[in-house]
Design a protein around this ligand. Structure first.
Ligand code: FAD
Length: 444
């Protein structure tokens, strides 16, 4: 009889493990257990589903339970794993079943941060973590003919949601604790982000302390803050996430300094037979030179595949990340990679940086589009440490180029002469990256 693999969590990382392990080992008995209603879906396009750009939620589903079952992967839906006995190698499920395992994978994801204020559980207050949440928000908006929404938080998901809500005609207010959204972006860039919000009539309430949520009538909520009260039809929490580690902690797995599950490059936890993947675990940051917590979908997929290869009898290591991330806000592209000055100093580098505004296309073709690129390099070695870009177009592909440069350890001097595919609609003969690199070279 083949070995038994049990996967807890069916979001993004768990299904990647199942698919890869099955590909490699046809004898493996695989069971994936998910407490929600769906497995194997993409959470990242949720704002575009709520904003009606994607009309049918089924387009978010990558593989149905039936498709998994056809490949011999057993799927238990609406089943919560309540306990694990590591000595006996058993998993206890809420439907009463007890499953033996040779290998266990924790793909338990993350949980949304919920502020501890009165009324937080009121009807009309939502988190957005999974497909079920997205369906609930969308039907709530339609059924209650919502005209006003409040977004709590100023991270990339809240920003994406502001565009989604405005695109379906909802008056939207973003309420944040700090003075500006995405605080790890350079203030010059967050100014541009704030202007984009204003241009698109997103109300913005900074430095607000949440006090309470009150449902005043069937159709109306009040959000009380120290800056006043906002009346609204719905509230969406976008206050960040924490790794879901309750099972890991219960069985004594080692957690990292970030609070997420500690893993090695093969995705093994502190117990050899147990793996962890996705938003519940840490990932190695090649530039910061430490294990960090980055709950992102592309990382979850790569970690899942790595664990699946290893469990399926192969030998794979996940080489880590350089910290690339992007999002879209109305007509703006926003991207970052690597580390900025503070993190660089903490990692022992001597950072020097520069931010230049240029053109995303060749100047004669320009219609006034903006593109800002910030580069951070190490004074001692001249190597790139990080980059941010914000612009009307071309920001994200440039961040991706700079991610490759970071991965390869290129110096700013080398980046200043990189061979790019030049044509006027896509950039100048000296691309915005070259221009930014040469400007920084002069400071090194
Ligand atoms: P999840 O997808 O959260 O899956 C974990 C699953 O485990 C859950 O379904 C949960 O029900 C289940 N589970 C937990 N405990 C148990 C238990 N005890 N028993 C049974 N089941 C259990 N990332 C990007 O890189 N780019 C983006 O643009 C982006 N946009 C996003 C937009 C939104 C709205 C959201 C919510 C996320 C976005 N992300 C994005 C993040 C990305 O979706 C996550 O990083 C990814 O889904 C993580 O996958 P995961 O499998 O680790 O966790």
């Amino acid at each position: 009889m083949g070995k038994q693999l049990v996967i807890i969590g069916g979001g993004a990382a768990g299904p990647s493990v199942a698919a890869e392990a099955r590909r490699r080992d046809s004898e493996l008995k695989i069971t994936m257990i998910e407490r929600g209603d769906y497995v194997s879906y993409a959470a990242c396009p949720i704002p575009y589903y709520i904003g009606d750009y994607i009309k049918d939620y089924r387009r978010l589903v990558i593989r149905t339970p039936e498709e998994f079952i056809r490949t011999g992967v057993d799927v238990k839906l609406r089943a919560n794993v309540e306990a694990i006995d590591v000595d006996k190698g058993l998993v206890y499920v809420s439907d009463g079943s007890v499953l033996p395992y040779d290998n266990l994978v924790l793909a338990t994801g993350a949980k949304a941060v919920r502020p501890d204020i009165p009324g937080i559980d009121s009807e009309g207050v939502f988190v957005l973590r999974n497909l079920g949440d997205a369906l609930q928000v969308k039907s709530f908006i339609v059924e209650n003919r919502c005209r006003r929404a409040v977004l709590l938080g100023g991270g990339f998901i809240a920003l994406e949601m502001s565009e989604a809500l405005r695109s379906i005609g909802i008056e939207t207010t973003m309420v944040i604790r700090r003075d500006r959204p995405v605080p790890h972006w350079d203030p010059e860039f967050t100014d541009v982000i704030l202007k984009e919000l204003e241009k698109n009539q997103v109300n913005f309430l900074p430095e607000a302390k949440l006090k309470a949520i009150e449902r005043v009538t069937d159709a109306k909520l009040c959000l009380h803050t120290d800056k006043g009260t906002i009346e609204t039809d719905l509230i969406i929490l976008g206050l960040g996430v924490r790794p879901e580690t309750s099972l890991a902690e219960a069985i004594g797995l080692r957690l990292g300094d970030t609070g997420a599950i500690s893993v090695d490059s093969r995705q093994r936890t502190s117990r050899e037979e147990i793996y962890a993947v996705g938003d519940c675990c840490e990932v190695y940051h090649r530039i910061a030179k430490k294990w960090v917590y980055r709950p992102l979908g592309d990382i979850a997929n790569k970690q899942g595949r790595t664990a699946g290869i290893n469990i399926g009898g192969g030998n794979a290591e996940f080489a880590g990340i350089v910290g690339a991330q992007s999002f879209k806000l109305f007509s703006l592209e926003v991207g970052t990679t690597g580390i900025m000055e503070d993190e660089a100093r903490q990692a022992g580098y001597d950072p020097v940086s520069n931010l230049v505004w240029g053109n995303p296309v060749a100047r004669p073709m320009s219609r006034g589009e903006r593109l800002g690129i910030k580069l951070v390099a190490d004074r001692k070695t001249g190597k790139l440490l990080g980059a941010q870009a914000v612009g009307d177009k071309g920001a994200v592909w440039r961040i991706n180029c700079l991610s490759v440069a970071l991965w390869q350890g290129l110096t700013v001097q080398e980046i200043g002469y990189l061979d790019f595919a030049y044509a006027p609609p896509f950039g100048g003969a000296w691309d915005a990256i070259h221009v930014a690199a040469h400007a920084l070279m002069r400071k090194l």
